[in-house]
Write a protein that binds this ligand. Structure first.
Ligand code: BDP
Length: 670
């Protein structure tokens, strides 16, 4: 194992200088195992660069031979640290990290890197124990091997091509995959699904003649404690195996999946498992055979069980060919309608992977009711780091505040468990990655912070988004972060809310250009079969999802939320149009009318983007970030401003024309 060195690529949050504190000290690494070797290599690389030194640091497995007395004492005081946890302390002038298992030591090393000099500050540091909230902290790549004619290589990817494949083949040089694994491990990620949930013919073959490619990628991820997973087609027994059916209850189909899993584990002994999108947006699934999704997931689960693998079965199932004239169907209801009746019927090694909202990664949605509806099922909550609906990595939109809010949400009300608790007790957190072949990894350089923040929140959902941003800045710009922090906070802390202000109002969602989903299109999805409507007309706007007069979606929530959302008076403003259809003159809890709120927020959103630009411009020539980095962000902020103005003008004009109500402040609306 060698620490990956890249040329021509921005190093993101672990440039060599981030290791200055640890690399300038003498460090004893004790223990055995592949991940301990990784720790050793990291420390050695840092010392080679920064010269080592005399002040001591011990990174050790608690059971390692030759453990110095100080480390033995810390280990005894810490007790068990679990499979991925570690204990950190400083006493007698020595900084100590001890862990029961190698993965914990690796995470402990990255903790020291985050602390920098503070890890070695004079004085004692009492024993702190750290362990991840959730055992599964996963990124899904929507990468295709071949370039898809509509979706490109990475579906909803805004950061160049795939990190894994190029020109239809596995990349010859996988150094960058190793470097990616390193970045992810430093953020706390431990699983990666390497290919798109929409499994096309070429990618299906990752289970058969292209299995070697999975093994090659897995080999790059492994030194950083990351397991590879693969998205598979439910129709694999037919398309790959030539069987006449993929019926999950068919014996031959069972045998086919069992053999496929056997082959995968022979090639990748620590393989994580399968990800499946079934009966959704054209992907095959068990419905074709009159079987339930529990049956469908079951056949895959049985195949993986002997090896300890899991099935991530996605709950994103809805009718994407609905009749837009039929107001009784409601896409928001679909996942709960399909899955809640199956609670308790999934095999032990099935994780039901639920998008955080009932629709589809909009900038504002309520929490999915599925999260509260399936107490006897392991659930993972799925987020989208790739910014499909949040500016596509051309707009700054720091998503940690949104995630943190939803992770802290209590579906059963005050005193009940949080979304984060449900995920931690079940299948963990999953997110669609935003990284790709772009030299800055994520298209917009500042979008790196979203990737970092996702990992950190999966590790500890209680972390403060602003503090995560500081961590990311310190690690990304060692030496200059102190001078940059103010600007980064000014630009990023509120950027999700800014984005929300200039796009679709009050939780109604969509209003984006169909297909690619960038920029406004007020009626783009209104008369289509996708189930994503706002129902604006001259009288009002919004979707009536109440039990009393609407689709009944509010009834999918437990109390108190079922009642809160049902009530026009109690429904939170930011979700009003998600749950209710109201006249333009309806007065919000905040005091403004709906129409005036639309105008005000859209003007404000654009002004906020101008302010973001002004903050960034001030850095020009400051030497705090490199000029190319500065230029890229500046260029993207200009595009964000153009786009925000476009959103403002189209949304305001649209609602002005529908409602006929002028702006109370007399601002110009076309
Ligand atoms: C939607 C994307 C689509 C994905 C789908 C999914 O537009 O490209 O395939 O989600 O999650 O947001 O499967």
């Amino acid at each position: 194992m060698t620490v990956p060195q890249l040329t021509g690529v921005h190093p993101a949050w672990l440039p060599p200088e981030a290791f200055l504190a640890i690399g300038s000290r003498q460090v004893l690494v004790l223990g055995e195992g592949a991940l301990v070797d990784t720790v050793r290599e990291e420390v050695a690389a840092a010392q080679a660069r920064h010269g080592g030194g005399r002040v001591g640091c011990v990174l050790a497995l608690a059971g390692a031979e030759g453990l110095p007395e100080v480390a033995r004492a810390v280990a005894a005081e810490a007790g068990s640290t679990g499979a991925e946890g570690y204990a950190l302390a400083r006493r007698d002038g020595v900084t100590v990290v001890v862990a029961d298992a190698p993965a914990g030591l690796l995470y402990g090393l990255f903790h020291l890197v985050r602390l920098g000099e503070a890890a070695f500050a004079a004085g004692e540091r009492p024993v702190e124990r750290h362990a991840p909230a959730a055992a599964r902290r996963m990124l899904d790549h929507w990468d295709n091997i071949a370039v898809h004619p509509v979706m490109g290589q990475v579906e909803r990817g805004y950061a160049g091509g795939s990190l894994f494949w190029r020109d239809g083949e596995l990349r010859e040089d996988l150094t960058r995959v190793r470097a990616y694994a390193r970045l992810l491990a430093a953020a706390g990620i431990n699983a990666v699904a390497i290919n798109n949930v929409n499994v096309h013919a070429t990618e299906a073959r990752l289970l058969t003649d292209r299995l070697g490619e999975v093994a090659a990628v897995a080999a790059e991820l492994r030194p950083y404690g990351i397991r590879a997973h693969v998205s598979v087609s439910f129709a694999s027994p037919v398309v790959l195996g030539g069987l006449p059916t993929a019926d999950p209850l068919d014996e031959e189909v069972r045998r086919w999946w069992a053999a496929a899993a056997g082959r995968v584990y022979a090639a990748v002994p620590d393989f994580g498992g399968f990800v499946v999108k079934a009966d959704s947006e054209g992907q095959p699934g068990p419905f074709a055979y009159g079987r339930s999704h529990a049956d469908g997931a079951g056949v895959l689960a049985a195949a993986l069980a002997p090896y300890g693998g899991v099935v991530h079965w996605r709950a994103f199932v809805y009718d994407h060919r609905q009749d837009w004239r039929d107001r009784s169907t409601d896409r928001a209801r679909a996942a709960c309608d399909h899955f809640a009746p199956l609670d308790g019927r999934f095999a032990q090694n099935v994780i039901l992977q639920v998008k955080h909202g009932p629709m589809d990664f909009q900038p504002r949605e309520p929490v999915s009711p599925v999260i509260a509806a399936m107490p006897a099922t392991k659930l993972a909550v799925e987020l989208q780091v790739t910014q499909e609906y949040t500016g596509q990595q051309r707009h700054v939109c720091y998503l940690a505040p949104m995630w943190s809010e939803l992770l802290a949400f209590r579906p059963w009300g005050d005193g009940g468990r949080t979304v984060a608790d449900v995920a931690a007790g079940g299948g963990g957190l999953v997110a669609v990655s935003n990284a790709g072949g772009d030299p800055y990894w994520t298209g917009h350089p500042l979008a790196q912070a979203n990737l970092y923040a996702f990992g950190r929140l999966a590790w500890d959902p209680r972390l403060d988004p602003a503090a995560i941003l500081d961590e990311w800045a310190d690690l990304t710009f060692p030496g200059t972060a102190a001078g940059l922090r103010g600007t980064l906070h000014a630009i990023m802390d509120g950027s999700w809310r800014t984005y929300e202000r200039y796009t679709a109002p009050l939780g109604v969602g969509f209003m984006v250009r169909p297909g690619h989903h960038y920029g406004p299109d007020v009626d783009g999805y209104e008369y289509t079969p996708w189930g994503t409507y706002h129902f604006a007309d001259r009288d009002g706007v919004g979707v009536d999802r109440t039990r009393a007069t609407g689709t009944g979606f509010t009834g999918q929530y437990p109390r108190p939320w079922a009642d809160v959302y049902e009530s026009l008076e109690r429904c939170p403003d930011e979700l009003l149009l998600f749950f209710h259809r109201v006249p333009y003159g309806h007065v919000l809890r905040g005091g403004s009318t709906v129409i005036q709120h639309i105008y005000d927020t859209h003007f404000a959103g654009v002004e906020e983007v101008s302010a973001m630009r002004a903050h960034w411009d001030k850095l020009d020539g400051s030497g705090l970030v490199d000029p190319a980095y500065h230029a890229r962000v500046a260029e993207l902020l200009a595009e964000q401003q153009r786009s925000a103005e476009e959103w403002r003008d189209q949304v305001n004009t649209y609602f002005f024309r529908k409602s006929g109500v002028p702006d109370a402040h007399g601002r110009r609306i076309h």
